[in-house]
Design a protein around this ligand. Sequence first.
Ligand SMILES: [Zn+2]
Ligand SMILES: [Zn+2]
Length: 345
Amino acid sequence: MKGIVFLGNRQCETRDFPKPVPGRGEVLIRVEATGICGSDLHVYRGKEPSDQIRGHEPCGVVEAAGPDVSRLKPGDRVTVHHHVGCGKCPECAEGEVVACSGGKKLFGVSIPGSFAEYTVAVERNCIPLPDPVSFIDGAFMACVGGTAYGALRRLGVRPYESLAVFGLGPVGLSCVILGKALGARVVGIDILPERLQLGTTCGADAVMDGSKDGVVAAIKDFSRVPFRGDGVDYIIETSGATPARQCLIPSIRRLGKIAIVGVGGTDKVINPSEIHGKACTLIGSVVFRLGWIWDLARFLTVSGTSFEPAVTHRFALDDAPEALHLADEGRCGKVTFLPHAEGDR
Ligand SMILES: [Zn+2]
Ligand SMILES: [Zn+2]
């Protein structure tokens, strides 16, 4: 089967690998959709070559089940949470697989990833896809869409409240889509015209060019509704960029909540006295609980929401160099591989 490896310094190639065999408690998945994520790009830009199949947004159809698999069967459409916890530690018991203390595995890093025709996953991490949820939506749920949902859950965003999303890459666009589906008023901020346009396509009530002066004042204007107006109720920061991080505390209202999702620089741009002054809450939000991907499947189904407006490019595995180059440039929305194109839906 085909699988994509990174060779270091922004080089990659599609190689031939043996088709994997599911072990005890595992299923073999025929991958129908798998997206390129920002964290893939950090590795892609690095110097180290690796023989590991990359990709960590597995979604497709169960083709075979290993011994002791009881819930899934061949033909089931599934998505897969990409952090594979030990399943036995206190953090896994809470569903916080990202914080697993018992030896966590990660798709595309410590176990073979999903940029391939087939991948293997433990049954525990596989979530059935309800019928209206597409394979592309399932790939979003596995990482970027689930991460957006995790931030919104941790913040507790409610209808009619205001949300500013800094950075309109795939995670930020997912925050816009889910924030709107939750009934919030959403403003998106980015510095690239292509991404501002995508913010609008994904349903943002307003978009703002973060490279221009007066963004904080414009966000406060946006927040102006009865009994409010001195900043938004919630912010999700996905860009990791220092200038965006500098806007966070000035743009939040008193008692508001901010989630840091974007990985980025190490500049010390936030002053604890300002957090105290606004009595606001600042949290680090890293991916999402295992249980929340089940909730997200239900949410997408019941609300009729799809992440697909955030997708700008679909590629075959053989197009890896072009796909990775495009995603690395950052001027597009989500770039997705469809390893078996006829499976697109
Ligand atoms: Zn990811
Ligand atoms: Zn664990």
